[in-house]
Ligand binder design. Structure first.
Ligand code: ADP
Ligand code: ASP
Ligand code: MG
Length: 428
């Protein structure tokens, strides 16, 4: 008998009908002889709607209260799903993150899981019942308050429970058939990736492929949890994510060497700040980024222009999550006189494209091909950064989709067997 953790995202739980559809799938898995633990996200856009409600009350809600509010979304799904499963004659019980033993640190809004003590889940399984757990939430021992894990955090709950329960697999059910070589919403002829290593999936997730939350992949790699990303709307085999050692044998045999490129990811959530006319002397960058670091913002790319020889002044640009923009602009404005720069520019109309592939490190010429593809599509590159297995470029936001399609084609990633299906909203 296998122990399976299944996670259903908000896109699979849009309304009561979808909840019943998902309940059927779970009942089938249980009847097939598996022990089943289910993690759920909030239905449809519930989390966004709750955030919007809070904004209507106050622009800066206390983080503790916001967390309590947001956890309500997942609690609605878990109880409805448990009802639907019980209706099908299979016993199921729902638990909040706290009841399921998900212990986190005390950082409201983006708490990290520090321990998993799933006694009640084990008890439920031992009684032959299905356990449903509210994703994206836990409790901090420090204050006994409820916390949330950051957007997309239900993926992380699922992996953490799979690790804590030593499950055979963590299945992530969503509205597409797996992880594709690009977002199927932008590249309809993207190809499904059969298998990805943790490292490749980490780069894709970190570069914006939101089909898996970055932290869930980090967690899976640390605890060696095999993941299977697949659609809740079809029975197709999805994408397996695991360590290289666990790569399925048939794939090991069919591919003599790893593909050079695994995919093209895009990210629209970042903004760019430019510090104009900074004195080009030792210590300037250090002071700027000390001030930025104090806001807690995570900087992504940094570019410093060559200074004009006559002026001794330079420009420094960096990208960061758009939501951190206002706080960082305020912090830098406060030290403008001290640092002696001329002005600040804020640009939220940027997009980032990343080409990811483990084979890249041993294949020269990948950057040249990427830049040529963008040139041919008439797209200007504003910033560039590279790692061993990734190249990222910043473009104008409105040319990002064209850029993704051009690069996808240039690297021969376009599929030949029809369009990738995005099931959400199809009412299936
Ligand atoms: P869920 O509600 O199931 O958590 P998400 O919306 O978080 O679903 O993630 C699924 C979406 O991720 C897909 O609908 C797709 O648009 C997007 N996506 C982005 N990049 C990729 C990719 N490389 N492969 C598959 N889906 C992707
Ligand atoms: N409901 C949360 C969100 O929208 C968590 C999740 O869906 O994984 O971010
Ligand atoms: Mg998600």
């Amino acid at each position: 008998m296998a122990l399976v953790v299944q996670k259903y995202g908000g896109s699979s739980l849009g309304d009561a009908r979808s909840v019943k559809r998902v309940a059927k799938r779970i009942a089938e898995a249980k009847r097939a002889g598996n022990d089943v633990v289910v993690v759920v996200s909030a239905m449809g856009d519930t989390t966004d709607e709750l955030l919007d409600l809070a904004q209507q009350i106050t622009p800066l809600p206390p983080k503790r209260e916001l967390d309590i509010l947001l956890t309500a979304g997942e609690r609605i799904s878990m109880s409805l799903l448990a009802m639907a499963i019980n209706n099908l004659g299979v016993r199921a019980k729902s638990y909040t993150g706290q009841q399921a033993g998900l212990i986190t640190d005390a950082v409201h809004g983006r708490a990290r899981i520090v321990d998993v003590v799933p006694h009640r889940i084990r008890e439920t399984l031992n009684k032959g019942q299905v356990a449903i757990v509210a994703g994206f939430q836990g409790v901090t021992k420090k204050t006994n308050d409820v916390t949330t894990l950051g957007r997309g955090g239900s993926d992380t709950t699922a992996v953490a429970l799979a690790a804590g329960l030593d499950a055979d697999v963590c299945e992530i059910y969503t509205d597409v058939d797996g992880v594709f070589t690009a977002d199927p919403r932008i590249v309809p002829n993207a190809r499904k990736i059969e298998w990805a290593s943790y490292e490749e999936m980490l780069e894709l997730a970190a570069s914006g492929a939101k089909v898996l939350a970055l932290r869930s992949v980090e967690y899976a790699r640390r605890y060696n949890v095999p993941m299977h990303v697949r659609s809740s709307f079809s029975a197709h085999e999805g994408t397996r994510v695991s360590s290289k050692e666990m790569k399925p044998q048939k794939l090991k045999e069919s591919t003599m060497e790893a593909a050079i490129i695994s995919g093209v990811a895009h990210d629209r959530s970042e903004s760019k700040i430019t510090v104009v006319d900074v004195p080009d002397v030792p210590g300037s960058a250090s002071r700027i980024f000390e001030v930025v670091a104090r806001t807690g913002a995570n900087i992504d790319m940094i570019v410093q222009n060559v200074s004009g020889a006559s002026t001794g002044l330079t420009d420094i640009s960096f990208t960061l999550p758009g939501s951190d923009g206002p706080a960082v602009m305020a912090a830098l404005t406060a030290v403008q006189t001290e640092l002696g720069f001329h002005s600040l520019q804020f640009d939220d109309q940027i997009g980032k494209l990343s080409l990811v592939g483990a084979g890249m490190k041993s294949h020269p010429g990948v950057s040249a091909r990427l830049f040529a593809a963008l040139r041919d599509a008439g797209i200007n590159i504003e910033m560039i950064s590279t790692s061993e297995i990734r190249i990222s470029v910043v473009t104008r936001a409105d040319s990002l989709d064209d850029a993704v399609r051009a690069v996808h084609t240039a690297f021969g990633l376009d599929g030949t067997d029809g369009e990738a299906v995005v099931y959400a909203g199809t009412g299936l």
